[in-house]
Design a protein around this ligand. Structure first.
Ligand code: FBP
Length: 552
């Protein structure tokens, strides 16, 4: 296999562990913390997790290792979307496991949770692991989105564990996967299987975050990758001075990725879904706001700009959510076939006009025709509109164009508007992990094994104090039930980890809010450049602006 120079070089990189894990396995001991309770709905969660609820928070510290000697056979899965650093979680887990006892074994179940259900696995060895150190991607074992949540599935997993003598499972995933890790841990404990379960917090979206998880891994590298590209586009825009760039960035629902990229690059516009929802802004108001920036810049002769649009934006626009709900209703059951049988778009349009409320029809009518058609073409297997496929970058540039035409007619705008569209998503999910993610992920994996070795289950591998140098990071574990509350999912009350949206009174948003007026009308771009892996620590080990602001 041909390797790139960077790949060869990254194999040699030694990830930094928190100081307390650095002296070797024999000198890691547990410091017990306080008993925990869930963030809300304590009685209900306690009743659902009688064996794993209320356990103590723990941290590791330097001291005599007092864990009971036991041969460990661990299984690991990667779950959900790729996030840079996943390979290093596996490497850290493997290294700690082998450093404890060469006879310990690590199984990697392939393709996500389905690998565990289908007993599809590899057994890691040094040669295989070494090919993946400090690299991006999840190709070490693959990932998948099968949900591990039913008792029938848990029984299959218990059988697979029994067959291989597995003592613990590590689940590397987002909020849903870690919720399921807690449910699996409870099932194993209730059935005396003796199998422990540990979770690790992954997602580029940054929405698995709370007072215990300072950030999910992958967010740092993905946002740095997008910010590099946005900065390059800003420089191009400022050089050519003729295009407005509308850039959609990934992050299924929450706007953390967009906000972080904005803090890094200071674009003219960045929409934050959570703010739009809180202010109940309409599409027309949002478009007006962007058009104001286009017009004020054009008045200075600047017919260029950059706008960042979060992937999940449309779901935060109240009138748009209502429209989507009505469309889902309009095409429910056989009505889809009836709709599809209509020969022309004009016929279909009349059908839509007939079925939507006056308010939703008014929203529908202002959408560009391409988006209108998209809403009726791209359906998921349940017949619902696939909101994530809506090209919101094109939607907003089209709405802005209409607003500018109105301004032109009113004599308040006389510029040129040439929009260009981009979507940055998959480009960032498998980048070589930044030093931060390489270190953080390796530490999460290493730490996960220490939790296993000390007999914990239903815990999340926790590494905190992350805006400080790695030496000062704090490693430990937190019962996953502590992060749970009850939410309504698919018509049922379920215990889940609360998804973190952008907090409008949080420091990152406040900083953005205080500066955005200037960014909008002036040209204040900043150019973060490519991720640096080698060089001065203030360049290479920088974490996100979000984390820095949250912890200042
Ligand atoms: P996770 O929540 O599983 O980490 O995935 C997040 C994400 O990258 C989103 O940002 C994006 O909307 C989605 O995955 C895309 O999913 P897919 O890879 O299935 O296209």
């Amino acid at each position: 296999m041909k390797l790139s120079a960077l790949q060869i070089s990254r194999y040699q990189y030694v990830p930094k562990l928190p100081g307390m894990l650095r002296n070797g396995i024999s000198e890691i001991c547990v410091k017990d913390g306080n008993a925990t309770q869930s963030v809300a709905d304590q009685e209900k969660i306690k009743a659902l997790f009688p064996n794993t609820y209320g356990k103590n928070e723990i941290t590791f510290q330097r001291g005599q290792n007092t864990s009971a000697p036991k041969k460990q056979v661990v299984g690991v899965i990667l779950s959900g979307g790729q996030a840079p650093g996943g390979h290093n979680v596996v490497c850290g887990l493997y290294d700690a496991l082998k450093a404890t006892d060469k006879e310990n074994v690590l199984y990697g179940f392939k393709g996500g949770p389905s690998g565990l259900l289908e007993d599809d696995y590899i057994v890691f060895d040094d040669a295989y692991i070494d090919q993946f150190r400090n690299t991006g991607g999840f190709d070490i074992i693959g990932s998948g989105r099968t949900k591990l949540e039913s008792e029938e599935q848990f029984a299959v997993v218990a059988q697979v564990c029994k067959k291989h003598g597995i003592t613990a499972i590590v689940i590397i995933g987002g909020d849903d996967s870690n919720t399921n890790a807690a449910v699996l841990a409870e099932y194993f404990a209730a059935n005396n299987t003796g199998v422990q379960v540990i979770g690790c917090p992954k997602t580029i979206d940054g929405d698995l975050k709370n007072e215990d998880i300072e950030c999910s891994f992958g967010f740092d590298t993905a946002t740095k990758t997008y910010s590099e590209m946005i900065g390059n586009i800003e420089r191009d825009a400022n050089s050519a001075k003729k295009y407005w760039h509308f850039i959609k960035v990934m992050g299924r629902s929450a706007s953390h990725v967009a906000l972080e990229c904005a803090l890094e690059t200071q674009p003219n516009i960045c929409l934050i879904g959570e703010e739009i929802a809180a202010k109940k802004m309409s599409l027309s108001q949002i478009a007006e706001d962007i058009a104001d920036s286009v017009a004020s810049r054009a008045a200075k002769g600047w017919n260029f700009g950059v706008a960042i649009i979060p992937e999940g934006i449309v779901e935060f626009v109240p009138e748009f959510s209502v429209l989507i709900a009505e469309i889902n209703e309009l095409l429910a059951g056989e009505k889809t076939a009836q709709f599809n049988a209509l020969p022309t778009w004009e016929d279909k349009y009349a059908f839509i006009e007939n079925g939507l409320t006056k308010e939703s029809m008014a929203v529908f009518a202002i959408l560009p025709e391409s988006i209108q058609q998209q809403l009726f073409l791209e359906r998921d297997p349940h017949g619902n509109v696939q909101v994530s496929l809506i090209e919101s970058e094109k939607l907003f540039s089209a709405l802005v164009k209409d607003k500018l035409a109105e301004k032109k007619a009113a004599g308040t705008y006389n510029g040129k508007f040439a929009p260009i569209h981009h979507f940055f998503g998959y480009e960032g999910r498998c980048a070589f992990p930044s030093n931060f993610d390489a270190d953080y992920c390796y530490s999460l994996g290493y730490n996960a094994f220490m939790l296993i070795q000390y007999g914990y289950t239903g815990y999340l591998s926790k590494v905190s104090n992350l805006s400080k140098p790695a030496e000062e990071w704090i490693a430990g574990g937190m019962p996953i039930t502590k992060m749970m509350n009850i939410e309504r999912r698919n018509g049922k009350d379920k215990p889940v980890i609360r998804k973190a949206l952008v907090e409008l009174d949080g420091k990152p948003f406040k900083f953005f809010e205080a500066n955005r007026e200037e960014w909008k009308n002036e040209t204040c771009y900043t150019y973060p450049g490519a991720i640096q892996y080698y060089g001065p620590t203030e360049v290479c080990d920088l974490t996100t602006r979000t984390l820095a602001l949250e912890q200042e």
